[in-house]
Design a protein around this ligand. Structure first.
Ligand code: SF4
Ligand code: SF4
Length: 435
């Protein structure tokens, strides 16, 4: 049995897509009761205001959150300046645990998991195992997508509070470690908030014997109201992005429910996580701290999800940029600057401009490779091709040449390339006019 009593840890709130409130609202129409509704723009406005204020007070919120947590005697509180030290904390507490479950949060998957691997700690993303025994059609197309459309009324009510987790009332736990990236945390009460699309998060909170709640600095908000707006907005604006990951992954499958129960006392750790975030405050990337991780930008980006850097990661243009600033990957060179991510972002982060800045800064620091210089100067490449035409066209048909082009500039060997011609369009036109 858990030794932890209700008042010894903060509450954990889990929000899920639900049509309950929608039904109540429909019923109220028949009952002729007036209910307050919000438009999408009003929701965005409120969210942006909360996020801007939150950024201004990030340091005081962090301090306050820490002080609040210290009032809960059963919690173990840590501070991790970076992902390496966070992984070392986990190793120090748990050794090399056999079974580790992660939620599908970018903080845990993108930032922490690679360091856990380096320490020999293997993990599973339980979200993906959830697909095994359900009918995709039932769970998503019926239960999930029957939600009101984005422009319908009562958007905020679309995502309801599904569960308040009370550790004192849960049964025995199983012997495994769960590492969960928290979506929002209230500095005032220490309560933690999650949005879940499957049931993996609530299962882990109830069942895992050792839990690490990872709280990135920008997710610590003033109070419970701000946390609720934050988490519901993640659901509303990220609704369509859920389908980006609707794939079972064999390698992530593990039967956590088959693990034996233990009577050992449940351990709850809360880690306040920086990993560059504080230093963003005084940089021109400070707007990244407004992000709620809804991934609306991911759904709209035509190229990002196909990048090899994003394999095994939670993808979004913002995540790509953050990972680059944290030194984990190179800058996102293939951004088309189409601006779709910026249009979708509910808090108005100018992602294409920030991606561009990051690229310029990187090459100013590191210098450009010969290949990069060549690719940045397509006019020169075209001039060379034209000068040697038709020989250049002939050479480019050789499989060996195409294989080299695939490896270095990354041009697919079946891509149709334009032919070079020594005759300009003007010359061709003049000849036809007079010929
Ligand atoms: S601007 Fe760049 S990152 Fe944004 S959607 Fe377009 S290609 Fe993707
Ligand atoms: S940057 Fe992307 S993930 Fe962050 S709030 Fe904007 S749309 Fe959502």
């Amino acid at each position: 049995m858990f030794m932890i009593v209700n008042t010894s840890v903060p509450k954990v709130f889990v929000f899920e897509p639900s049509s309950d409130e929608k039904r109540k609202n429909v019923a109220s129409i028949y009952g002729r009761k007036k209910i307050a509704t919000k438009t999408l723009d009003q929701i965005k406005e409120e969210l942006k205001e909360i996020r801007l204020k939150n950024r201004e007070t990030i340091e005081t919120n962090t301090e306050r959150f820490r002080n609040t947590l210290e009032k809960y005697p059963h919690l173990k509180i840590h501070f991790a300046p970076d992902a390496k030290s966070l992984s070392e904390i986990i190793k120090r507490v748990t050794g090399i645990p056999k079974f580790v479950s992660l939620n599908k949060s970018n903080v845990v998957i993108n930032e922490i998991r690679p360091y856990l691997k380096k320490l020999g700690i293997n993990s599973y993303i339980r979200y993906f195992s959830e697909f095994e025994d359900l009918s995709l059609e039932k769970k998503f197309l019926v239960d999930y997508w029957m939600l009101p459309g984005l422009h319908a009324k009562n958007l905020l009510e679309t995502f309801d509070l599904k569960e308040t987790i009370d550790f004192s009332k849960n049964g025995r736990s199983r012997t495994y470690v769960s590492i969960l990236g928290v979506n929002a945390a209230s500095a005032e009460t220490g309560n933690l908030y999650f949005l879940q699309h499957m049931s993996n998060i609530s299962k882990d909170i109830k069942e895992a014997n050792t839990i690490f709640f990872i709280v990135p600095l920008e997710k610590i908000v003033k109070d419970d109201y701000s946390a609720k707006v934050h988490v519901r907005s993640m659901g509303i604006f990220g609704l369509e992005s859920v389908i980006l990951d609707l794939k079972p992954k064999k390698e992530e499958e593990f039967d956590f429910e088959g693990l034996p129960f233990t009577d050992k006392e449940k351990e709850i750790h809360i880690v306040i996580f920086d990993n560059l975030r504080k230093s963003l405050l005084s940089s021109h990337y400070t707007d990244l701290l407004l992000c709620i991780d809804c991934r609306a930008c991911a759904r709209q980006c035509p190229v990002g999800q196909h990048l090899p850097d994003m394999k095994d990661k939670v993808y979004s243009p913002k995540n790509l940029l953050l990972l680059h600033l944290q030194g984990a990957i190179k800058p996102f060179e293939l951004c088309l600057h189409c601006g779709r991510c910026e249009v979708e972002c509910p808090v108005g982060i100018q992602i294409p401009e920030l991606l561009w800045k990051a690229q310029v800064e990187y090459y100013q620091r590191k210098g450009r490779s010969i290949l990069k210089k060549m690719l940045d100067n397509p006019e020169l490449l075209a001039k060379i091709g034209v000068y040697f035409a038709p020989f250049s066209n002939w050479v480019m048909k050789f499989p060996l040449v195409r294989a080299i082009m695939k490896v270095f500039p990354g041009i697919h060997n079946r891509a149709k390339l334009p032919s070079f011609s020594q005759q300009t369009f003007r010359e061709w036109y003049e000849k036809r006019k007079h010929g």
